[in-house]
Design a protein around this ligand. Structure first.
Ligand SMILES: C[S@@+](CC[C@H](N)C(=O)[O-])C[C@H]1O[C@@H](n2cnc3c(N)ncnc32)[C@H](O)[C@@H]1O
Length: 281
């Protein structure tokens, strides 16, 4: 009994080690992890120790900081970040997209105020459920955006989740918002509980690696979705991300934020257009 608890103590990061990893994570991703999460972080880092054959936290940290360890940084950040997501998460955002936003786009086009094109960015897309839900919404319209050029981009800091996004194979647990008809419409069941998204939707979305702490190298977007990602960022990092995102929007473009972003008092440069919905003037 004594030995077990001692081993557990030894396996957890010391405050000094925690501080080093905390700073490293912050510098690389903008995520500021609180000391109250030390057990969680220790457990997640321990998985990487095993995978990269390092005997302890110190040698793993030295490796991460070295030139040779650069290749490990992505896997390390993958292990640390929270990738929980699902299709049509927060359905009201998708109701807005499908009902109000598309009407607005069609009117602008009819009034000669916009070309027949739409660019949407899912700015921390995890394993792809969010941008694919956007693609599904646009494909389900009663008055379709026929002949429009539609570009949906999904980005994430995690190469692992981007790989999952590109493979477009999902489990039932991420489809709580679907009825059976929708599951059959969009997926083919490849194996038990492995559903492959049909190409008609998969091909509407492209993915690329991007760290929100940097400006994106893309033409401006009509609509950006930034949901359930900034919760672990400190105020300074949130300001940097919001600044980058607002600059990536066209004027009149929309920002859709998640319910726990904690940035509502930082969006003064935008017009509030609904719950979790902002527009660049
Ligand atoms: C909880 S998921 C949110 C997925 C989706 N937006 C949703 O609402 O369901 C958060 C995602 O943010 C990503 N992330 C964390 N820090 C990031 C950063 N600095 N730049 C880009 N993505 C980041 C994580 O890798 C993770 O996939």
């Amino acid at each position: 009994m004594w030995q077990t608890s001692t081993m557990m103590e030894v396996e957890r990061l010391t405050p000094k080690q925690f501080e080093l990893f905390q700073k490293f994570i912050y510098d690389r991703s903008g995520i500021k992890i609180d000391i109250s999460k030390v057990t969680l972080v220790s457990n997640r880092i321990r998985r990487r120790l095993t995978a990269s054959s390092h005997p302890d936290f110190d040698s793993y940290y030295q490796f991460l900081k070295s030139k040779a360890g650069e290749i490990e940084v992505t896997s390390f950040l993958d292990a640390i970040t929270t990738n929980e997501t699902s299709f049509f998460r927060t359905p009201t955002n998708f109701d807005w997209l499908k009902n109000e936003y598309v009407k607005e786009l069609l009117k602008e086009k009819a009034d000669g105020k916009r070309a027949a094109s739409l660019r949407v960015w899912s700015a921390a897309c995890s394993s792809g459920e969010e941008p694919y839900s956007i693609a599904m919404c646009l494909s389900e319209l009663s008055v379709p955006l026929c002949g429009w050029s539609i570009d949906i981009l999904g980005t994430d800091i995690s190469e692992h989740t981007l790989k999952l996004s590109r493979s477009a194979v999902y489990r039932k647990r991420t489809m709580q918002e679907f009825d059976e008809a929708r599951v059959r419409r969009y997926f083919t069941e490849e194996a038990p509980d492995r559903y492959k998204l049909r190409p008609s939707i998969a091909e509407m979305v492209r993915f690329k690696h991007h760290n929100l702490m940097r400006a994106i190298n893309e033409p401006p977007f009509d609509c950006v979705w930034l949901r359930n990602v900034l919760i672990y960022f400190d105020r300074e990092s949130k300001t940097t991300v919001i600044d980058n995102i607002v600059r990536s929007l066209v004027s009149g473009g929309y920002l859709v934020v998640g319910p726990s972003e904690g940035v509502y008092d930082m969006l003064g440069m935008l017009r509030k257009r609904g719950t979790f919905l902002y527009q660049k003037p």
